[in-house]
Design a protein. Sequence first.
Length: 229
Amino acid sequence: MTEELKKEKLAQKKMSRADFLKGMGKSVAGITLVGGMSTLLAGCTEDAATPAETPNSSVEAAPEWPYTYVEVDLDKAQERAYNAYMTQGGWGIGTAEGLFGTMAEEVGYPYDHIPTEAFINAAGGYQIFSICGTLGVASAFIGTVADADTQKKVVKELMAWYKTAEMPIYQPEAELDQSVSNSVICENSVGEYMSVAGVGMGDKPRKQRCAGVAADVTRKTFELLSENL
């Protein structure tokens, strides 16, 4: 074999080896890329499937409005309202316990997700002796259980009754004087009673009277709803 032919064959071998290594590099890169993509896609698929496969069972569906309404034991409801007023302070939470609290006990969800403490601010006529807190809370409750037309009718009837009723009707601790407010305003309602009974704002009979009014409004609200729903 001539020297020239030997050089030519050697050059071909070097070229073939280089091509081989070059091809191997592409193959390894390809395998790595495919493998990596497969892992990535698998991860994405897993993550995407997780919510559907493992739903959060603690999340409850939004309740349908109006909320479920059932008739309750009126004596227990008014007693609950009275006691809440006397122990936790104020028309707001007293009436909220009488209405929302009673329904939470009787029905459960969604009433058991409504904190009665959210209505503490209704005390003292919403802090400025405006509308009586019992009526504000009762109106909110009525709005949860009655459709638009019915709730307007019931609230109107409740307001009219409040202005003309001799209260307190519910008097579990002592015999109290009664008064007619001729108004839905806290300042007028309480002021009229204090004038009739000859008591001051801080006197126990005044507190018992307002606790009784929270019980009276609670009972009347349930009565009106049962008549109209």
